[in-house]
Design a binder for this molecule. Sequence first.
Ligand SMILES: N[C@H](CCC[C@H](N)C(=O)O)C(=O)O
Length: 277
Amino acid sequence: MLLHFTKMHGLGNDFMVVDLVTQRARLEEAQIRRLADRRFGIGFDQLLIVEPPRDPDMDFRYRIFNADGSEVENCGNGARCFARFVRDQRLTHKHEIHVETAGGPLTLRVEDDGQVRVDMGVPRFAPEALPFDAAEDRLRHALEVAGERLEIGVVSLGNPHAVLRVEDVDTAPVARLGPAIEAHPRFPRRVNAGFMQIVSPHEIRLRVYERGSGETLACGTGACAAVACGIRQGLLESPVTVHLPGGDLRIEWAGGEAHLTMTGPAVRVFDGRIVLS
Ligand SMILES: N[C@H](CCC[C@H](N)C(=O)O)C(=O)O
């Protein structure tokens, strides 16, 4: 069958976006992995699916699959592209779009300047929210990884994140420690690993080794996770500019039970069609 899709990115974190409101398709895990391949397929970090909502109060259901085919709870850069896509495709004319995800509800707002602002909900630090195997909620947890004892922050934005503070992201051992943290047995559903360099109370540099996709040029939920951990540890103050290899995001969070928001770009690259075997 023929499937129409749109290739998009948020700061170089790239997506295949598929409208399953006006199309019908069933994508199996093996097909997703093949489509994600940058030589044998289309190539993407995540596949984003637009579906009709299950909850009548929501506008859409937003499903996310990593390049390894795993379905996950949230994708921040993807949420901004989702908002641009559903408006460009005239699936909605709203400026404020309510979507349901496996990680909870998101509110997406397309700003007049073309940036998209996402209400990411409340960051959850309790280990069971990730899940993470720990006796109690702490500001920092000790984690034995690859023969080293790391001090990490843990937080859920619907999806799980471990945040490690480093002196310099350019020399951070992302390729070595990223996979070891991602697959650490204390994270039963694996984890995204963020490497955060603090530039000032309102500015960080960040690299993220993403669960199911490897290091990406940007990670929206990873930026939210790093800022939430930094603010909670008293190292950062809202708003925070996050410098990722692919560009900058603005994160705002007043702490506690306040909702955290992320603002950044969403870019449409090309439309395509593919014959699914
Ligand atoms: N790899 C993530 C999903 C995509 C997150 C990232 N692309 C973002 O922008 O938040 C996970 O397995 O939870």
